[in-house]
Design a protein around this ligand. Structure first.
Ligand code: SAM
Length: 237
């Protein structure tokens, strides 16, 4: 997978050299290029913003540097983090992980001139995605989050691929609580069933915990969980 990231703060992306993303890059599974948007400015101050038409607070990112930047690095699927975007989900991560070429455009200030997104949409698929109902300073941290969600889905990146099928959001539920050694810590014991060696009972316990957790913490997820995916034992929880 090839990823191009355009930002006025390229230094933000140091973490993409660490851990499993760094390893995926070293092994050639992932190719990342970070571009400074100011490369595509032509004035001495390397200006990327201006006051908003119609008035109001803050500054808006000008279209010319963005247009040139996207012409230079495109085409690909353009991902624009934005609080007005569609909420980013695990399903989106899977879709993006199946693509060969992604471009991320990091907004700052009050965001990017809308014409940049409209113009790009004439030439390539564009997705505006939101990390949640809050506002960040800029798109850089959002891109790192989205990259983490995508890269761990690429074949061969995780040591044990089963992690991907047995985790939260893999099948519409939250994961059951997890424990490791020691068996007792600060008078708190690991549930006996997890130490029983009875894999059938352990699977049932995890399934029950998963349903209980999802129902209590994320009733929105439970309300859309397909009834056909519930078995007889589920209905007793
Ligand atoms: N004026 C914009 C609004 O009210 O919708 C907010 C702009 S925000 C200060 C600057 C940049 O941060 C955005 O262009 C976007 O790239 C990024 N950003 C902020 N909140 C975000 C969120 N919840 N999800 C994804 N990106 C976000």
């Amino acid at each position: 997978m090839r990823v191009d990231i355009i930002s006025i703060f390229p230094d933000y992306f140091g973490p993409l050299e660490l851990s499993l993303i760094g390893k995926a890059r070293q092994t050639g599974r992932l190719d990342v290029a970070v571009h400074d948007l100011r490369t595509w400015t032509s004035d001495v101050h390397r200006t990327v913003d201006d006051t908003p038409y119609g008035g109001g607070p803050g500054m808006v990112m000008r279209p010319e540097p963005w247009g040139q930047a996207l012409d230079a690095v495109g085409p690909g699927t353009l991902v624009v983090p934005s609080p007005v975007g569609k909420p980013f989900t695990q399903a989106d991560a899977h879709e993006l992980a199946s693509l060969d070429r992604l471009i991320f455009a990091c907004g700052r200030y009050e965001g990017i001139d809308q014409r940049v997104i409209d113009d790009a949409a004439d030439r390539m698929p564009v997705r505006e995605v939101s990390l949640g109902d809050y506002v960040l300073f800029g798109g850089e941290v959002a891109v790192i989050v989205i990259m983490e969600a995508i890269v761990r889905l690429l074949p061969g990146v995780l040591g044990n691929a089963d992690s991907l099928t047995e985790e939260s959001h893999a099948a519409g539920l939250l994961e059951a609580p997890v424990y490791t050694k020691p068996a007792s810590w600060r008078s708190r014991d690991v549930p006996e069933i997890l130490r029983s060696g009875d894999h059938g009972r352990i699977a049932r316990w995890r399934r029950d915990q998963s349903l209980l957790r999802t129902a209590s913490r994320r009733p929105d997820m439970m309300s859309v969980y397909p009834v056909d995916d519930l078995d007889k034992a589920d209905r007793k929880t």
